[in-house]
Design a binder for this molecule. Structure first.
Ligand code: GLU
Length: 301
């Protein structure tokens, strides 16, 4: 295994900000995606930055080619000036492998074999600590026998998890009191240091036997490789940023500035769903909406 990790991080020397919109093709784009794309466009305009598109299609079980084609068509219809071609995660599995190799060389990964049912049994019904997405933290100690590699068949599926305690110790030595920079608005907007608190995520899955990288790993690698200076995305990913900062610190990747914008909520008060026809961009277009009208609709009220 190579200890020499040379991720060809994009050259940021020309000092132009770099923004990106990064949809996952697991369904049709809706007004919430349009809002995020327009926010990135606005930040790029105000700062004279570049506007990149990344298709987060790493999860081949949930992403579908027809949704990729549909999102490209929707974004072209909205006349969003993304640079071409977009980066597609499915074409870059080696990049994620290198990052995993690096973490493995630091002895920060372990294999967990426990099934969902075993995890559920070990964490009980309520009261068990959960991560910001509501998933119970991985009960490593309770599942030590299940995860004992020596007892497993090498053909069995497994998840590669981050050993959070070790990762925190390592990162603490690299950069005590990890935080991220949250910028209020583009240009000269004020910047606040937000404590990262990555321990809230426990031993997160970073890859699986047949799955090259989780969202959390892929996003930090891609942001570095695309030279992203400003990550502008929805508030639903606010707490994930703390984990992303930990991974950036461990992998010695550059630290972008973040802006988490508000979300468009449905009548039920929940964020919009990809399965809801009423707010899908294609349905609105089919009903006669123009790109200008979508721009007026894609706002937080
Ligand atoms: N692919 C993610 C999504 O569609 C966005 C990831 C990001 O912006 O960091 O929710």
């Amino acid at each position: 295994m190579s200890l020499c990790y040379i991720l060809p991080v994009a050259n940021q020397s020309n000092n132009r900000p770099v923004l990106r919109f990064a949809p996952s093709p697991t369904g049709h784009l809706h007004l919430g995606h349009a809002l995020s794309a327009f926010e990135n466009e606005r930040w790029a305009e105000v700062t004279g930055g570049r506007l990149l598109l990344r298709i987060e299609d790493i999860d081949t079980t949930r992403c579908r080619p027809e949704f990729v084609a549909a999102l490209l068509e929707d974004l072209a219809w909205l006349e969003l000036p993304f640079e071409q071609p977009p980066r597609r995660q499915s074409a870059h599995f080696d990049d994620y492998r290198q990052a995993l190799d690096r973490l493995a060389a630091m002895e920060l990964l372990y294999r967990s074999y426990a099934s969902r049912a075993e995890i559920a049994a070990a964490t009980g019904r309520g009261g068990y600590p959960r991560d910001p997405d509501g998933t119970p933290l991985y009960p490593r100690a309770a599942l030590a026998a299940t995860d004992d590699r020596a007892r497993r068949d090498p053909a069995e599926p497994y998840a590669l998890r981050l050993d959070m305690a070790k990762a925190l110790a390592k990162a603490g030595a690299l950069a005590p009191a990890l935080s991220w920079r949250e910028q209020e608005k583009p240009g000269n907007g004020s910047i606040e240091a937000i404590p990262a608190a990555p321990e809230r995520w426990g031993d997160v899955v970073l890859a699986r036997k047949e799955f090259p990288a989780s969202y959390h790993l892929a996003v930090v690698v891609d942001d570095a490789l695309q030279g992203i200076t400003h990550v502008v995305r929805g508030r639903d990913l606010y707490h994930a940023t703390g984990l992303h900062r930990l991974l950036q610190s461990l992998l010695a990747l550059p630290e972008p500035t973040y802006h988490h914008h508000g979300l468009i909520l449905g009548p039920d008060g929940e964020k919009l769903s990809k399965s809801a026809r009423s707010t899908s961009l294609r349905a609105l277009r089919a009903d006669g909406a123009t790109p200008a009208q979508i721009r007026k609709m894609a706002v937080i009220v």
